[in-house]
Design a protein around this ligand. Structure first.
Ligand code: NAD
Length: 400
């Protein structure tokens, strides 16, 4: 390969400009895959499109599977890491095995490795052998309520697992782009310190300057995080540090409510998905605290993945972004229940418990200004109504 070649990681392919003789298409053996090199003549050289190798952790989960589909579709090679640990965290209903099977049937150049990100040796071996161009890190223990019962497992997966992946990248793929899926729980309950006003169906920010929500400047210490928020804060800071200290191209994405039809929603994680599930299946639901007026901003998983792509095309080192549905896709639990009734005609049976979940946000809206400023190509494309409509349809399909 010509040392002067240039590359960029996008949704389509890495492009190398090579000054070699005329050739239109050839097979090339690359990192254990046979890659088709397609060459287009230019004035001085040939432009070769070379597909990239993407490693997606948590590939059977909500965000991971969206990333797999996104990068597989244009012909890239994608390796998923997922050991179905979600079923260990939440029991059989939380299992993501169904999604793995579906993905493997649908995709062209994708395979899953049932590896545990806590196992440093196997992660190092994989990175040494494959040297990925892009890492999308979504494997996690994702529930803040669950973490209290499994503190060691939570920390080992979220913090140590992330460190294993960052160090493997530094040692074996230092030029790769690393997108780390973080969470708004790194802010703990600090967002609850903002002055709020109680409206008929929701809490909202009382001050106009906070209308667009929480920025990345919100402090992350001296607040109550839950153990999950603490382990994710450790991972978030490690990912920043590998960017700032070692110069790796790490992007840290602090998610609001991430959602989509491939969420294996359970009571302790995946609020909207679970809410639609219980509504369609006629099961009871308990809303914890704040009279059901607590606000969440919902973003569809494909919009999250588009942000990763924008970052991968023009990466920075150790940059942090809030990502969620923003003001337009924000709604309270009560408003979501109304929307499910309006769209699907489902009347949800729910109880209002006065006991709030520890450290729960009362009103959380991700301020998307920084992400939009750094990546003007990116925006929200799926509305909350559309998200709920798709989820209802997916739940109805399960009944058939
Ligand atoms: N879904 C949300 O609302 C939300 C909000 C904010 C942040 N996040 C973050 O986004 C990321 C992805 O979330 P998601 O909703 O797709 O989660 P998910 O639970 O749907 O998917 C995570 C996947 O990781 C796998 N996994 C867990 N531990 C593993 C391990 N040790 N080794 C290998 N695989 C393992 C699980 O089996 C699961 O398939 C997580 O980091 C989560 O904290 C999610």
């Amino acid at each position: 390969m010509d040392p002067n070649c240039t590359s960029s990681i996008g949704g389509t392919a890495t492009q190398f400009s090579l000054p070699f003789s005329h050739q239109h298409e050839t097979d090339w053996h690359f990192r254990g895959f046979t890659v088709k090199l397609r060459c287009h003549e230019t004035k001085t050289n040939q432009l070769v499109e070379l597909n990239v190798l993407v490693v997606v952790t948590g590939s059977s989960g909500l965000i991971g599977s969206a990333a797999v589909r996104h990068w597989d579709a244009p012909g890239n090679h994608v390796i998923g890491i997922d050991n179905d640990m979600r079923s260990t965290f939440f029991g059989p209903t939380g299992s993501t095995e169904w999604n793995r099977k579906q993905l493997e049937a649908e995709t062209k150049n994708f395979r899953t490795e049932s590896l545990d990100i806590r196992n440093r040796d196997v992660i190092f071996d994989l990175f040494k052998n494959e040297q990925p161009d892009l890492i999308i890190h979504c494997a996690a223990q994702p529930s803040h309520d669950r973490a209290a019962a499994i503190p060691f497992l939570d920390f080992e997966v979220n913090a140590n697992g992330t460190l294993n992946l960052l160090e493997a990248t530094r040692q074996f793929a230092p030029d790769a782009v690393f997108c780390h899926m973080s969470t708004n729980k790194v802010y703990g309950d600090a967002p609850n310190e903002l002055k709020l006003q109680e409206l008929e169906t929701r809490w909202d920010y009382a001050n106009q300057q906070e209308y667009h929500g929480i920025t990345e400047a919100c402090r992350i210490d001296q607040t109550m995080h839950s153990l999950f928020g603490a382990s994710k804060a450790a991972a978030d800071i490690l990912a920043q540090e590998y960017g700032r200290y070692f110069g790796l191209k790490t992007g840290i994405f602090r998610g609001g409510c991430l959602t989509g039809v491939s969420h294996s929603g359970v009571e302790l994680h995946g609020f909207l998905s679970y809410l639609v599930h219980v509504a369609v299946h006629g099961k009871p639901y308990t809303v914890f605290g704040y009279k059901g007026k607590q606000v969440r901003d919902q973003i569809e998983c494909s919009d999250v993945v588009k942000a990763f792509e924008a970052f991968a095309q023009n990466p920075r080192a150790g940059e942090v972004y809030n990502i969620g549905g923003g003001r337009e896709n924000a709604a309270s639990v009560l408003e979501c229940i109304t929307m499910i009734r309006e769209i699907g005609g489902y009347e949800l049976e729910y109880n209002l418990s006065s006991e709030a979940r520890k450290g729960d946000h009362i009103c959380y809206i991700s301020n998307l200004s920084k992400l939009r400023r750094h990546y003007p190509v990116w925006d929200i494309t799926v509305s909350l109504r559309e998200i709920v409509t798709r989820m209802i349809q997916a739940e109805k399909d399960k009944l058939d």
